[in-house]
Write a protein that binds this ligand. Sequence first.
Ligand code: HEM
Length: 399
Amino acid sequence: MVETLSADFFTDPHVHYRRWREHGPVHRIRFPDGVERWIIVGYPEARAALADPRLRKDIVHVDGLVRAKRPAAAASPLSLTLLTHMLNTDPPQHARLRKLVNKAFAPRRVAALRPRIERITDELLDALDTGDRVDLLRGFAVPLPITVICEVLGVAVDDRDAFRTWTTDLVGVVGREAERARATAAMAAFLRDLVQAKRSHPGDDLLSALTLPAEDGDRLTENELVSMAFLLLIAGHETTVNLIGNGALALLRDPDRLRELSADLSAVPDAVESFLRYDGPVDLATIRYTAEPVRIGDTEIPTGELVYVSLAAANRDPDRFPHPDRLDLSADASGHLAFGHGIHFCAGAPLARLEASIAFTALLKRFPDLRLDIDAADLRWYESTLIRGLIELPVRLRP
Ligand code: HEM
């Protein structure tokens, strides 16, 4: 029988993944919108699937498949105009789009942002320090990456709050179509205006640079440019926030680990890898479809099926990571799939790693006695299959 994704899935998906994994690496699951999709939960199968050219991403094809499986689904021409970005395209189109931003996010270019990120971090912690009981997400984990990505892209400070509201609606659970449609329309209008403004008054930012032809003469179309801005902003808004949030929660729930890390801040970059492995910000990687039959374990998935890879489940596969449900800061977390794998491996990984390392170093240096100020069972999580993240994280900064 096909299992339906239950409401408690979002509070702790790992309970479900553990149970599914015992019955095989891939499962057919019914989503809240009534459409059945496959979810891969085993580590080797997940890693192989992420790099498998038979599992494709072209958004027009995916959209057609969803509508065929759920005829009542509304046509979504508007959202498709925002979604023709690299994460939704296949070779050779994918390489063309990715090449245009690869340089901007290369480790050396990103390292040059360190002093600015450290300054933003210190300012946020100064402001946080005026309270005793604070929401670490609202006061710190949210504004830090959002400020950084907006500065990189050249988005004005005043627009940041509106943008955050739209992005949280957009990553919401499959099924809340009205909220998503409203957020999509608002975001599309905002991005079109922004791109227009960059064309007429270019600044010293990435979006302005993308309006110009590349060295080889390649130039993005209007739709590609708007989609690119959308991808970079949303990736910069909803992911690093939850790396800091989920990582902080993991430490707060395990005070010995928090003390261990506060006592040796040189271990922070490795700890960030452990946070990514233990409870990374992306649960299900973005959707793929089978362009031909694909065998995974003992299961053959036919052509034209929708497939998700659970990065969260793969990162807790006990055959790959011993004692996966424990946050062990000294264990080797390398090989985790939190940033994906293959041609779509996260372009922003160097930036995310740098921001998180700076954030945890500064936070633990200033507040080594940080503690959770809510019963962990009362924490609320976003009802999203894409993003694994808390709605708020109440903490006390001092004993
Ligand atoms: C901790 C933070 C982050 C995590 C965990 C993360 C995770 C991921 C994952 C899993 C993918 C691949 C999805 C798939 O294959 O279905 C991806 C792709 C991508 N990410 Fe990130 N991301 C993070 C931060 C960022 C940041 C800060 C940026 C930059 C603005 C960024 C930009 C991108 C882009 C452009 C892609 C598409 C790459 C492609 O299709 O070739 N990400 N990310």
